[in-house]
Design a protein around this ligand. Structure first.
Ligand code: GLU
Ligand code: ZN
Length: 299
């Protein structure tokens, strides 16, 4: 894996995206990530796509996609084109998996989840197990033996050793569903995404996605990972922790709060969210994003 260099994508037209999993309404933390990604796209005169990552129905809320769209629209974060639903993309994921099979880069793993804690030790790597239609088995990607690096626009350079920290990882789950890591890489390539701005809770996933991007010969993307927003209890705002849905009653107030969390100082005093967003595009300074997590308590 080679370093991702910001200049690599500079000849492509900027395309950013926001890719929520529809497990519930957007909370303030996910809104901050959406706003940063939107501002970065708009300030580059780029497109901004919405992708609904609905690959795991048991964890989802059927009303969430509409709620998320309404929240984004009310807050002025408009997207380009029709949203892409991952649930419509199974053929593309199957095709990508087939390509990995043909290249000998994946193998069947029958280890139970309980038997694997931490780094996968490669138990099934050389077993050449057959995929059976009945027995539950996962499919893992062979991770190359090398230390890799990438430069993040916000969080700086990262060095990682996937082999010793993760090991061969799952690209198709035991329940037959495509793993998030594979679906994201396939769709970012399909949608020609050049820039991914997201919360640094996903930083761990980036080396895995880079590994897939390299295995499938995809185009490189630039990354920017933002420090996540913490609640008053200093824990990450998350749906699991039942963070409140982001407020759309006063869009300009919500956007102003989010801008302050992104270190964008002195937004104009206006009650018009459009004026505020236009100001934010003109004055977007990703360098001002705080390096550490912000604790946010709703006023
Ligand atoms: N769907 C993922 C999530 O909501 C994010 C995917 C991404 O931004 O790469 O956590
Ligand atoms: Zn195994």
């Amino acid at each position: 894996m080679t370093a991702v260099d910001a200049s690599e994508t500079s000849t492509r037209k900027y395309i950013g995206r926001f890719a929520p999993s529809p497990t519930g309404p957007l909370h303030f933390g996910s809104l901050v990530a959406a706003l940063a990604s939107w501002l970065d796209a708009r300030s580059h005169e780029g497109s901004w796509l919405l992708r609904i990552e609905d690959l795991d129905p048991p964890r989802e809320d059927p009303s969430a996609p509409d709620t998320i769209k309404r929240q984004l629209e009310t807050l002025g974060l408009t997207w380009d084109g029709a949203p892409l639903y991952q649930s419509t993309r199974q053929d593309a994921y199957d095709e990508a998996l087939n390509e990995l099979r043909n290249k000998g880069m994946v193998y069947v793993c029958t280890c139970s989840r309980k038997s694997i804690r931490g780094v996968y030790p490669g138990n099934c790597r050389e077993k050449r197990l057959e995929e059976s239609a009945t027995g539950a088995c996962a499919i893992r990607l062979r991770v190359p033996q090398k230390i890799a690096t990438f430069n993040d626009r916000i969080s700086g350079s990262h060095i990682f050793d996937l082999n010793n920290t993760v090991g061969d990882f799952i690209v198709r789950r035991r329940d037959g569903r495509t793993a998030y890591q594979l679906a994201v890489a396939v769709d970012d390539e399909y949608q020609n995404v050049t820039d991914i701005i997201r919360g640094d809770d996903l930083l761990d996933s980036t080396p895995r996605q880079l590994c897939i991007i390299e295995a499938l010969g995809y185009q490189s993307v630039r990354y920017g990972h933002l420090p996540v927003i913490l609640g008053a209890d200093h824990k990450k705002l998350s749906k699991q922790a039942h963070a409140a849905p982001v407020s759309i009653e006063k869009p300009e107030k919500t956007i102003r709060d989010a801008l302050l969390c992104l270190g964008q100082t002195s937004p104009p005093d206006t009650d018009n969210v459009q004026i505020l967003l236009n100001w934010a595009i003109e004055n977007w300074q990703p360098d001002m994003i705080p390096a550490r997590s912000t604790v946010w308590t709703p006023a």
